[in-house]
Design a binder for this molecule. Structure first.
Ligand code: F6P
Length: 534
């Protein structure tokens, strides 16, 4: 963080202490234009930040911070294809994947989209069949992290967008139990596998692909691989070495980060499962949010204000986490998706210059579905000792939910945000004897901040806009923190140690030096394994 940004935050923190003694409810009374000032609409989404514990002066202070931090310049650098991911020497151009024009690499993007369209149309129409001539009915995406979470979120969220969905399954974890759960019930003759790995070196994905290939060839023979396996990778030659025909490999580029890649051929499960028109609408929704992010003034720029209010909650109010709570079953994978997006992007401890930071970066992103979450962790949100801001998300219409269900669902969503804000006191009433004993237990302090993100409909366009919103929010926050949101060096150490330990377990390498605890775990597992059939 630049010195000036830090000192402005410290001024705002003093202001926040005063504001905390006020109440959000009182802020509404003091400023009749509060709702108008704190609502932003864009790309089919409406973001209401008025139930945050913030006032207009503080928001203006945050907007000034964004300017001083260089958000506008950083956004321009990203769009123009500068190497802003400097530790990996890469540009960051996921916006080019959903742009009609005006971004670098347009011809490459269009060519891959056309190939995706051909494959999706051929599979979905039955023109391209499996090895035995039977129609493909199920697609299994083998990939992890960014090669899994986005497509899984979209396929699930858009389940009503196609009248003829294929079965789409996601094999991510190296846990063999997951492989077993997924292939049980599938027929090799009607199943297509996508091996999705930007690097094509990810150990989990390679082992799962090897096991899936064995499952297929046991039933259909090795010649079947050509009609039952496709791959997506920025290193197509590695997929070919793995045994796939070059024409079945879809390229991806270094300028697309893994967790920003669902818009590329990594989105094949969406195109295959729901059809290419759905995928193109998803891209169009994201492009609409991109256009807003690029053009709207900061004060009315949805990703910018969402990012700034998140920074306010962390740095000025002391929140260590925030909860994402969609009131829509179709968004049940959103918290998982956002965990990777935000925590892998911004879980960093050094600045762009490599110096250790003396301020916090990404808070913990977590959450769950409303109303289930109300009966699980909302107790802590209402009465716990920690401040946990909430992002509520809901769609006003539902294509399939009976009216009485949707009415109750949304009533709960709105009520929770109101309850967190207002709280409830038992001191002023005339409780009976038992009530008076229980008053402190029943009281809720209120003044707990939340955002409300609504849309008329959850459809491919609004989902695209929603995901792009959080992508840009993540980017804006990284600029203010002065960190690189696009590398992920922290995941390397564990991967390397696991490779070594695996070799020790299997006897491929001699025992290495370990701490006593790790050595005992390896020894216990090896002893048990030695007594079992291979
Ligand atoms: O967990 C690290 C990571 O590199 C993620 O950033 C990425 O999304 C995931 O692994 C999968 O990587 P790949 O697509 O190269 O298999």
């Amino acid at each position: 963080m630049k010195h000036e940004v830090e000192s402005r935050f410290s001024n705002l923190t003093t202001k926040a202490a005063v504001l905390r003694r006020n109440s959000i409810a009182a802020l509404f009374e003091q400023d009749p234009s509060r709702l108008a000032r704190f609502v932003v609409e864009a790309a089919g989404l409406r973001l209401d930040l008025s139930k945050q514990l913030i006032d207009v002066a503080a928001l203006d202070g945050l907007l000034a911070i964004a300017e001083v931090a260089g958000v506008t310049a950083a956004r321009a650098a990203m769009i123009s294809g500068e190497t802003i991911n400097h530790t990996e020497q890469r540009a960051v151009l996921h916006m080019a994947l959903r742009a009609a024009s005006g971004y670098p690499h347009g011809a490459d993007v269009a060519a891959v989209l056309a190939r995706m369209e051909t494959l999706a149309d051929d599979i979905r129409s039955g023109r391209r069949t499996g090895h035995t001539g039977r129609r493909i009915t199920d697609v299994v995406n083998i990939g992890i992290g960014g090669s899994h979470l986005g497509p899984q979120l979209a396929c699930d969220a858009l389940r009503y967008a196609s009248e003829t969905p294929l079965g789409v399954h996601f094999l991510a974890n190296v846990d063999g139990g997951e492989l077993d759960r997924i292939v049980t019930g599938l027929d090799p003759a009607t199943t297509l596998f996508i091996v999705a790995s930007k690097s094509f070196t990810t150990a989990e994905t390679r082992l799962n692909a090897t096991s899936a290939r064995a499952w297929l060839t046991r039933a259909l023979g090795s010649k079947a691989v050509a009609r039952h396996f496709v791959a997506v990778s920025s290193r197509p030659e590695r997929a070919v070495e793995f045994g796939l025909a070059a024409e079945n490999v879809f390229p991806l580029w270094d300028w697309v980060g893994g967790r920003y890649s669902l818009w590329s051929a990594i989105g094949l499960p969406i195109a295959l499962g729901l059809g290419m028109p759905v995928f193109r609408e998803l891209l169009a929704g994201a492009a609409a949010m991109d256009a807003h992010f690029v053009d709207a003034a900061p004060a009315h720029n949805m990703p910018v204000v969402l990012a700034l209010v998140g920074l306010w909650n962390c740095h000025c109010l002391g929140a260590e986490s925030y909860a994402v709570v969609p009131y829509d079953d179709r968004l049940r994978y959103l918290p998982d998706y956002l965990q990777q997006l935000e925590m892998e992007s911004n879980g960093k401890r050094v600045g762009l210059d490599g110096a250790v930071l003396d301020h916090h970066t990404a808070p913990i992103t977590w959450g769950g579905l409303g109303t289930n979450a109300q009966h699980a962790f909302f107790q802590l949100l209402h009465q716990g000792t920690r401040l946990v801001p909430v992002d509520f998300i809901c769609a006003l219409e539902h294509p399939a939910a009976p009216r009485e269900h949707h009415d109750m669902l949304l009533a709960n969503c709105f009520a929770q945000a109101e309850a967190l804000m207002l709280g409830r006191s038992f001191s002023g009433g005339a409780p009976d004897a038992r009530g008076s004993d229980l008053a402190p237990h029943r009281e809720s302090p209120g003044n707990r901040p939340s955002s409300m993100l609504t849309m008329a409909r959850l459809d491919p366009r609004t989902l695209g806009a929603l995901i792009a919103l959080y992508e840009h929010k993540t980017f804006v926050q990284s600029v203010v923190w002065g960190i690189n949101a696009f590398d992920q060096w922290g995941v390397e150490l564990g991967k390397e140690l696991a490779t070594g330990i695996l070799d020790e377990i299997t006897g491929a390498a001699p025992d290495a030096q370990h701490d006593a605890s790790t050595a005992a775990l390896i020894a216990a597992y090896r002893a048990l394994r030695a007594g079992q059939p291979g």
